[in-house]
Design a protein around this ligand. Structure first.
Ligand SMILES: [Zn+2]
Length: 149
């Protein structure tokens, strides 16, 4: 998938995604970390689906904003992702679990990391955040190899 040219986002589209993520961030449920995160995914169908982090008193049950948005998009019938904007106070990058989760649905999707002022801190393909990522293609290759043995 590394031969696929990354999507070129227009400035308007980038700004729309950041604003949608910032709005979703306002709804974050973060009584423990006090670190709200908002995410907005641009799907292949052109929809923008948002998510926020939702914490839990049983910390392990917490879900990140990126996966909240992804699960909402998939459950709505959109499972191809072209871009995601993530807004945090300091422009942080997605955790490892989210990188892996997103890779399944768009290894070359554009990731935009913005801070609470809307400033873009980093932008690039998801594959730059998860080099040599494991996805459906690698799984299928491995299964074919195993079937030959
Ligand atoms: Zn995460």
């Amino acid at each position: 998938m590394t031969n696929v040219p990354p999507l070129h986002l227009t400035d308007d589209r980038r700004r729309q995604l950041i604003e949608a993520a910032a709005e979703a961030r306002q709804r974050a449920y973060v009584p423990y970390s006090h670190y709200p995160v908002g995410a907005a995914i641009l799907t292949a169908s052109g929809a923008v689906v948002t998510g926020c982090n939702v914490e839990n008193a049983s910390y392990g049950a917490t879900i990140c904003a990126e996966r909240t948005a992804a699960v909402k998009a998939i459950s709505g019938g959109d499972n191809g992702f072209e871009a995601i904007a993530v807004v945090t106070s300091n422009g942080a990058s997605p955790c490892g679990i989210c990188r892996q989760f997103l890779y399944e649905f768009g290894p070359e999707m554009v990731v935009i990391l913005a801070d609470e002022h809307g400033a873009v801190c980093w932008e690039g393909p998801l594959s730059d955040l998860l080099p040599l990522g494991f996805g459906p293609t690698k799984l299928a290759e491995g299964q074919r190899e195993a079937a030959r043995d």
